[in-house]
Design a protein around this ligand. Structure first.
Ligand SMILES: Cc1cc2nc3c(=O)[nH]c(=O)nc-3n(C[C@H](O)[C@H](O)[C@H](O)COP(=O)(O)OP(=O)(O)OC[C@H]3O[C@@H](n4cnc5c(N)ncnc54)[C@H](O)[C@@H]3O)c2cc1C
Length: 497
């Protein structure tokens, strides 16, 4: 029997793989996800939420409400001891959404289940072999799959990355943490403690009986399966008591090892999420980075699969997303150091925190941590170029519309804001005529000159800015949208409807 074929196979159905599957399915791509786990349950709580730009990209697809209905908006950013309140940022979501990764993944999986995506659970990618036309993917259940592209969204220990021979350079661990969810016979000291080693914390979970425990270990240890005795000893070491800890329902270890894939692409094999970058979880960046990798890659891969853009479009994925993760790695290394509190570190933390609390540094740091300040390098020009399209209230002849509503289908859109006729030639990019009477304001940067038109990519980033004429529009259209038309039948009518 021949191998079953899909245009794209995704190894791993965590947050990154699920988001990528949704993006590809929305763009009409035949996609399959291979996931080792039998369901979307996670053993432990892992990520505690995601940040503003991630909420925005979900809003661009019309699914943010599903997460907002269950999560709590919080001002979560700190740097040293400075609180970085971002509630004055020009976004509909100037906050972090606190929601455990377990629920985030389940909500993503429910959305994916509504889309034409084949999910192969209790299975795993074991190996693959690529040739000039595609990739043969070998699965644990023996069934081979044939794909035009394989994307490794299979986490920090990514088999796909290793089998593709992609290096994972970076920095070895300098500290390790135990993390557990366990009952305790005695009332523990709840809260966060800092010492010369780093941070320790104990907090109750929703059931009121289980505690989440995070401890920085005295020595750097490796191995993700520590024992209950190690947890007890580490508690005694920090608090002088193990509080009668028992029955951990989750016990694991993480370190500050910091690494990034040398390349995000080897031929027909690509990497996204933790498979492409790992770092200390301080600042809660990982899940957000992965989801946004997926949103950057999805529409590009779809166009290449449909033959409406050349294969070279895929190279812009690494060019745009590698620097974003590299910056997050730098931030997490700096923040991880600032958790230490020997007298000299305390002095540094004091100075850094004083500066971070000032208005300009606060905005810069919160802009970076939230992802709202991301600028892809699309050349010089208007400040909007390469930055996210703000979710403005627009007026059209058919009534009011939010800018993000125009992106629900995952398609590009040209928003014409004055009466000039803009020619999109053979590209069939939908043109929406709209007016916006309010200011244009960008996070961190502030007010910018109102453009007369903007070409917005499916991921919400501005690919061209009109300033009174159509200079450069033709070039931007062919750079990002090739010469082909929409391959799966949706055009401007759907967006204007
Ligand atoms: C203690 C801790 C706290 C964290 N806190 C935060 C936080 O507050 N905020 C935040 O943003 N991030 C946080 N993170 C990081 C976050 O959990 C990850 O960045 C995120 O899960 C990455 O998503 P991913 O889909 O790329 O990879 P993963 O979540 O690792 O998903 C990979 C998937 O691939 C599957 N898989 C693996 N190998 C194969 C294979 N060969 N074949 C098929 N399937 C395979 C796995 O079963 C898994 O489902 C934290 C992490 C830890 C450990």
């Amino acid at each position: 029997m021949g191998a079953q074929e899909h245009a794209v196979v995704i190894a791993g159905g965590g947050p990154t793989g699920l988001m990528l599957a949704a993006e590809l399915a929305l763009a009409g791509v035949d996609v399959a996800v291979v996931e080792r786990r039998g369901d979307q349950e996670l053993e432990g709580s892992r990520a505690g939420g995601f940040h503003a730009r991630t909420i925005e990209v979900l809003d661009q697809r019309g699914v943010a409400e599903r997460f907002l209905a269950e999560g709590q908006p919080v001002q979560a950013f700190t740097f040293g001891t400075a609180q970085l309140d971002m509630s004055d940022f020009p976004s509909r979501h100037p906050y972090t959404l606190a929601l455990w990764q377990n629920r985030i993944e389940q909500i993503l999986a429910e959305w994916v289940a509504e889309l034409p995506v084949r999910v192969l659970r209790r299975n795993a990618v074991l190996a693959f072999r690529q040739d000039p036309d595609g990739v043969d993917v070998h699965l644990a259940d023996g069934g081979p799959l044939r794909a035009r592209y394989l994307v490794g969204c299979d986490g920090g220990r990514s088999l796909v990355r290793k089998a593709a021979g992609i290096g994972f350079p970076g920095w070895e661990a300098t500290k390790s943490n135990l993390i557990a969810e366990a009952a305790m016979a005695q009332e523990p000291e709840v809260g966060v403690r800092h010492d010369e080693r780093g941070v320790h914390g104990i907090g109750p979970l929703e059931d009121g009986e289980t505690f989440r425990i995070v401890l920085t270990e005295r020595e750097v240890r490796s191995g993700s399966e520590p024992t209950l005795d190690e947890l007890r000893a580490a508690l005694v070491d920090v608090y002088g008591s193990d509080f009668g800890v028992r029955e951990p329902r989750w016990l694991s270890r993480f370190t500050d090892a910091t690494r990034q894939a040398a390349t995000y692409r080897a031929g027909r094999v690509l990497l996204a999420g933790d498979a492409a970058h790992v770092h200390y979880p301080v600042g809660g960046q990982g899940l957000s980075l992965g989801v946004q990798d997926a949103v950057n890659l999805g529409w590009k891969l779809a166009r290449v699969v449909h033959g409406t853009s050349p294969d070279a479009l895929l190279d812009t994925y690494e060019a745009e997303r590698h620097p974003v993760a590299a910056r997050a790695l730098q931030h997490t290394m700096a923040q991880s150091l600032l958790q230490g509190r020997d007298p000299r570190m305390s002095a540094l933390v004091g100075v850094v925190s004083e500066v971070a609390a000032l208005d300009e540094p606060r905005k810069r740091l919160a802009g970076a941590l939230s992802g709202l300040d991301i600028r892809y390098d699309l050349g010089d020009g208007h400040p909007l170029l390469g930055r996210r399209m703000p979710d403005l209230d627009l007026e059209t002849d058919d009534g009011p519309v939010r800018a993000f509503d125009l992106l629900h289908h995952g398609r590009p859109v040209l928003v014409a804001l004055d009466d000039e006729d803009l020619d999109v030639g053979a590209h069939r990019v939908p043109v929406v005529r709209a007016r916006h009477s309010g200011p244009w304001e960008l996070p961190v940067i502030g007010p910018v000159t109102a453009p007369t038109a903007v070409l917005v990519r499916p991921d919400g980033y501005v690919a061209w800015v009109g300033e009174g004429d159509d200079a450069g529009l033709k070039e931007a259209l062919s750079t990002w949208f090739g010469t082909g038309s929409c391959a799966h039948g949706q055009d401007g009518a759907a967006l204007r409807a």
